[in-house]
Write a protein that binds this ligand. Structure first.
Ligand code: ADP
Length: 162
């Protein structure tokens, strides 16, 4: 069974991420979307909220699971018996960092390969940070995230305004 891991911060999940999940789910027998519990990166949503939002977005996929993880990605992948890490590429700007990460992971664990998938062009400009910026100014994010995520963003930022 080909188990693939799609790791990331997903703060929050966008249609760009969902597009990658959709593509990866066709390659993997089982796809695990793994939310990094990143202690030093300040995130808007808690790890549990991020996991919940992903779960709400991927209900239709029978072979996709969501979990959170701590520590080294290669250790987590090994514990899940996964040999393939999926990452999305939006533009050349992503490439340098992604290459560095992939090479480091290869050094740490030679058996694990990173597979890069290209998003649909219409999502190639999308990032969680841009979505957060728009939402923080009460802008319309309906083209970028699911209605459930848009709702949660609204609540999060309204909380700061009252
Ligand atoms: P990280 O903090 O690990 O970069 P992100 O949640 O920002 O986590 O992204 C997770 C993965 O999804 C990364 O491989 C990133 O390049 C990819 N990704 C993010 N947004 C998009 C998008 N719009 N299209 C394709 N891939 C994307």
């Amino acid at each position: 069974m080909k188990i693939c891991i799609y790791p990331g911060s997903f703060d929050p999940i966008t249609y760009g991420h969902i597009d990658i999940i959709d593509r990866a789910s066709k390659i993997a027998d089982k796809l695990i979307v793994a939310v990094l519990n990143n202690h030093d990166k300040k995130s808007l949503f808690t790890v549990d909220e991020r996991v919940e939002m992903i779960k709400e977005s991927i209900k239709e996929y029978g072979n996709v699971e969501v979990e959170s993880f701590d520590g080294l990605l290669v250790d987590y992948a090994k514990s899940k018996n996964a040999k393939i890490v999926i990452r999305g590429l939006r533009a050349v700007t992503d490439f340098e960092y992604e290459l560095q990460m992939a090479q480091t992971n290869r050094e740490l664990e030679n058996d694990i390969d990173t597979v890069f998938l290209l998003t649909n062009l219409k999502y190639s400009y999308l990032s969680s940070s841009i979505v957060k910026q728009v939402a923080s100014f009460d802008g319309d994010v309906s083209k970028f995230v699911t209605p459930q995520v848009a709702d949660r963003l609204k609540k999060k930022y309204n909380k700061y305004f009252v």
